[in-house]
Design a protein around this ligand. Structure first.
Ligand code: C2E
Ligand code: CA
Ligand code: CA
Ligand code: CA
Length: 279
């Protein structure tokens, strides 16, 4: 049994080594991916449901691994969080997003708002205010052009710090969106305790419009509540005409989803913008 114990310990040690090796190699993979330009920002346009026009864009990260092909952010964002690399990745996105805004300004592309996703860990592990302030200065941009999308996970671990960071961002003119609304537990109190401007209804609710029992009532209640709190409401994952009509009827301000447009490369976005300008 002592022998067995030693064996299983050896096995344990071997698997630990394998795991830390894997971790190490993933860390250096991320690093080289950043350096080799394997990450790319895509842009998904949002449509105003009042004017039926383009209102803003959300930056969505893509990773093209030369061997594995395209890896979804749903896979690599949690991994980057686990490896402690997410702040670095967010910082890369912030720099690229701001560079893009400056580039579009030169090309006479008017983008009122560009939305950037910020990982929950960023509010406690990084210095978001300094990073953003630096990027705005570097590219000569106003904070009013930036929206930051956060999930309520960001507020759970350190509410006081989160509040201080958001308050500071507000003084820079930045807008704050609460992403994936409706999927968490305690978001309702955050809506009044934090300086939130925009509420993004999670696609899981939109997908069930209008068929599933009770769901339409929930969506309509969320929209009514958001409007009563003077928040801007965005519906995500809108894929069907009837979903859009339903949202429009309830006075939802904007929508995002394949019905209007999927996430685009920067070149495809440029074409989309030119076509949109003519209509
Ligand atoms: P999210 O912020 O909720 O982003 C919306 C996701 O819904 C995107 O997936 C988008 O491609 C997808 N989507 C848009 N319209 C539709 C639709 O009509 N139907 C369906 N089924 N899906 C739609 P994506 O790009 O795979 O991103 C997944 C998540 O990864 C994001 O969810 C966000 O949490 C995270 N993420 C993406 N880019 C970044 C980034 O730059 N930084 C950070 N920290 N997280 C990011
Ligand atoms: Ca988002
Ligand atoms: Ca979302
Ligand atoms: Ca999300």
């Amino acid at each position: 049994s002592k022998e067995l114990g030693r064996n299983s310990f050896q096995m344990y040690k071997a698997s630990m080594n394998a795991r830390s090796l894997e971790r190490l190699s993933m860390q250096s993979r991320f690093q080289s991916a950043l350096e080799n330009g394997e990450f790319e920002l895509y842009f998904q346009p949002l449509k105003c449901l009042v004017s039926s026009r383009l209102t803003s864009l959300e930056c969505l990260l893509r990773w093209h691994d030369p061997n594995l092909g395209m890896i979804s952010p749903a896979q690599f964002i949690p991994l980057a969080e686990e490896l402690g690399l997410i702040v670095k990745l967010d910082e890369w996105v912030i720099d690229r997003a701001c560079a893009q805004l400056a580039h579009w300004r030169k090309a006479n592309i008017e983008i009122r708002h560009l939305a950037i996703n910020i990982s929950a860990q960023h509010l406690t592990q990084g210095d978001l205010v300094s990073t953003l302030r630096y990027a705005l200065g570097k590219y000569n941009l106003s904070g009013t052009q930036i929206e930051l999308e956060l999930t309520e996970c960001s507020f759970v671990s350190n509410f006081q710090r989160a509040k201080a960071v958001l308050t500071e961002l507000k003084t820079m003119g930045v807008s704050i969106a609460l992403d994936d609304f409706g999927t968490g537990y305690s978001a309702l109190s955050y809506l009044t305790k934090l300086p939130i401007d925009i509420l993004k209804i999670d696609p899981s609710f939109i997908a069930k419009i209008p068929d599933e029992y009770g769901n339409s009532e929930i969506v309509s209640a969320i929209i009514a509540m958001a409007k009563a709190l003077k928040l801007h409401v965005v519906a995500e994952g809108v894929e069907k005409q009837e979903q859009m009509r339903f949202l429009q009827k309830l006075g939802c301000h904007a929508m995002q989803g394949y019905l209007y447009c999927k996430p685009l490369t920067q070149a495809a976005w440029y074409e989309f913008y030119q076509a949109e300008k003519l209509t």
